[in-house]
Design a protein around this ligand. Structure first.
Ligand code: ZN
Length: 393
């Protein structure tokens, strides 16, 4: 089935302007001010009037298998469901393990990624968990990246955190070097996604490796860089030196009160301070556990990080910080696609995968979602949902 989206304002994320967009064979076949085609049993015409067409979003740090568990076994969080991704406009996801690399493992993570692929998502994984040495599938970081197709890098390796394995500089350097070579030999990025905690050493463990080796800054992506004000200041310096930094969008009010810089604010302030908009990414940390406190600071229960927070942060950038949509979209589209070498993703251009999101031009609400041309959401209603879900729920 060919689809033709008519009269829509296209953001690639760069503003292209009013266009007609033709989707054929799961890809974008043409973008032109005027494409004429009659509706038929083979051609579906979609009216894009009053809508913005943007690339499907990329969420490069999600606990697709569930995460958490840091308050005991019952705090292990549930698996990600397809409908969550669709509601968030996310067509590409990178799954990872977290603190727990024992009761969660790589076999299950890869199986979950395959499951999401069967449901239409573009899904990849990082090999490993918080710990070094990295527990891989094949006993080798290089081999995992080269021989296990969904593995595109390593992560989330924890540093500066009381839950980390406290890797030495040499150990961390070896992980990054192995990932780099695995990436070079497979045509993948081999990026090492590094979890930053609240620990005293901040970004130093990464800086020490990069400043004393020949490995480029683009080989690592430190995440949670907005988790406290001191770390955030360090992260801006790091980004100005050429690094990429990732801001986490899932949060709770208690974290913000404790000093977490919310992702939208982190991006907007960084721009003001001269950090390139090309060097920042957002990820949701979806399905991670988030503690919920009452007014007296007593733990009331736990929430689960939501992938829908990813685009909400982009809307905040536009609404609260007056950032143009074309810049605000970069951290969830072209920036992660470039860094993670995700071909055909993160942009709207002829030949790219037809991963697309339609937004209401006034409210910026997600109204329609396409995964490789297949409609997953139509007029704000789910058309598709996960194997164990009901679309009307
Ligand atoms: Zn983390």
């Amino acid at each position: 089935m060919i689809k033709l989206i008519k009269n829509v304002e296209v953001y690639s994320p760069e503003k292209i302007g009013k266009s007609d967009v033709l989707i054929a064979d799961m890809r974008i076949a043409a973008i032109s001010p005027e494409i004429h085609m009659a509706e038929s049993e083979y051609v579906e015409i979609i009216d894009g009037t009053g809508k913005l067409l943007v690339p499907g979003f990329i969420d490069a740090h999600v606990h697709i298998l569930g995460g958490g568990g840091e308050g005991g076994y019952r705090t292990r969080t549930p698996e990600l469901q397809l409908s969550d991704l669709i509601k968030g406009g996310i067509s590409t996801v990178v799954g990872c393990l977290g603190t727990d690399g024992i009761a969660r493992n790589m076999e299950s993570l890869v199986a979950k990624a395959y499951g999401l692929r069967e449901e239409g998502v573009t899904a990849f994984v990082y090999t490993g968990s918080y710990r070094v040495p990295v527990k891989t599938l094949t006993e080798s970081i290089q081999k995992d990246i080269m021989m296990i197709e969904p593995v595109i890098g390593v992560g989330e390796v924890a540093v500066s955190d009381h839950r980390s394995s406290v890797p030495t500089r040499e150990e961390l350097a070896r992980v990054i070097a192995d990932a780099r070579v695995g990436g070079i030999l497979s045509g993948k990025s081999g990026v090492v996604n590094i979890h930053l905690g609240d620990g005293k050493t901040g970004l130093n463990p990464i800086e020490e490796v990069l400043s004393s080796s020949d490995i480029p800054y683009t080989q690592v992506l430190p995440t949670h860089a907005n988790r406290n004000p001191d770390l955030y200041v360090e992260a801006l310096k790091y980004a100005k030196n050429g690094g990429y930094v990732d801001f986490t969008t899932s949060t709770v009010p208690a974290f913000i009160e404790e000093g977490e810089v919310k992702a939208s604010k982190a991006f907007a302030m960084a721009l003001e301070q001269g950090v390139s908009s090309d060097h920042m990414t957002f990820s949701s940390d979806g399905q991670g556990s988030l503690p919920r406190f009452d007014k007296l600071g007593k733990l009331e229960g736990l929430d689960v990080g939501k992938v829908t927070s990813l685009f909400e942060s982009v809307v905040e950038l536009v609404r609260e910080f007056n950032i143009s949509l074309e810049v605000a979209l970069k951290p969830i589209t072209e920036n992660p696609a470039r860094l993670l070498k995700l071909k055909g993703k993160g942009t709207i251009a002829v030949g790219c995968d037809a991963d697309l999101v339609l937004l209401d031009s006034e409210s910026l609400q997600i109204t329609d979602v396409f995964y490789r041309g297949k409609q997953m959401m139509k007029a704000t209603r789910l058309v598709e949902c996960g194997t164990f879900e009901r679309c009307d729920s």
